[in-house]
Design a protein around this ligand. Structure first.
Ligand code: SF4
Ligand code: FES
Length: 243
């Protein structure tokens, strides 16, 4: 099994691609393959990970042109085109010499600056969440905030977000407009709006409908198809727009 991996000598952009032959085993993930390359062939290869179990959101990258979690993507399942995303230039990369029939292409997540190889700078993504004040407001002397199962079910999907930024990297609007806060931030705003314990739900929809928020979304729905946790940010954005 061969992996063609994007490298960046000085960060900032892809400088070249390196080709590695790995010893694959049944059930092996792309993250396992990256470890094998780093351990046995090239210790300078940089990538981010933590949990290895699709929980921390650290290992998002482009695998055969599709944004995926490396720890959740088995080598044998990689085909490309499975997510059926609406394309934009960053998803169409086809480096010289790449043979899609025999090589897996691994590149950094689009729409965020490259720090080194497969590691991107997440600041823009995190700053959007912070700028919208997406946290619960404390209630002075308030009760513990119990919820019924029905109330909890309204936010079930939305609380599953692991902040992997795959939706951000798969969004053609984020590709064109660096100011757009992106799907995850808007889904989180809707999550607090819908939470029965929220004291002032309007504060979240007001920030979600600011000029860099929901009005910029074209409802392409790449975020819904690519999200590895089924959060479906596009559905939340549609509801914000309807409101
Ligand atoms: S909404 Fe989905 S794709 Fe976006 S950051 Fe959260 S888990 Fe990742
Ligand atoms: S290593 Fe945590 S989500 Fe992949």
């Amino acid at each position: 099994m061969m992996l063609r991996i994007a490298r960046s000598r000085d960060g900032g952009e892809i400088s070249h691609y390196d080709l590695y032959k790995i010893e694959s085993k049944k059930g092996m993930t792309v993250l396992d393959a990256l470890f094998q390359i780093q351990d046995r062939m090239d210790p300078s290869l940089s990538f981010r990970y933590s949990c290895r179990g699709a929980v921390c959101g650290s290992c998002a990258m482009l695998i055969n042109g599709e944004p995926r979690l490396a720890c959740r993507t088995q080598l044998e399942s990689v085909g490309g085109g499975g997510l059926n995303l609406r394309s934009f230039p960053a998803l169409e990369s086809s480096p010289r010499g790449w043979n899609p029939d025999s090589e897996i292409l691994v590149e950094p997540l689009p729409n965020l600056p490259i720090l080194k190889d497969l590691v991107v700078d997440m600041s823009t993504f995190y700053n959007a969440l912070e700028s919208m004040h997406l946290w619960a407001d404390p209630v002075e002397g308030g009760s513990p905030g119990l919820q019924t199962p029905e109330e909890r079910s309204r936010i079930d999907r939305l609380v599953n977000c692991i902040l992997c930024a795959i939706c951000f990297g798969s969004c053609p609007v984020n590709a064109e407009n660096g100011d757009y806060v992106g799907p995850a931030a808007l889904a989180k705003a809707w999550r607090f709006h819908e939470d029965s314990r929220t004291v002032n739900p309007q504060r979240y929809t007001e920030s979600a409908t600011s000029q860099n928020g929901a009005p910029l979304c074209d409802l392409v729905m790449n975020c819904v198809k690519a999200c590895p946790k089924g959060v479906a940010p596009g559905g939340a954005i549609r509801k914000i727009k309807e409101l």
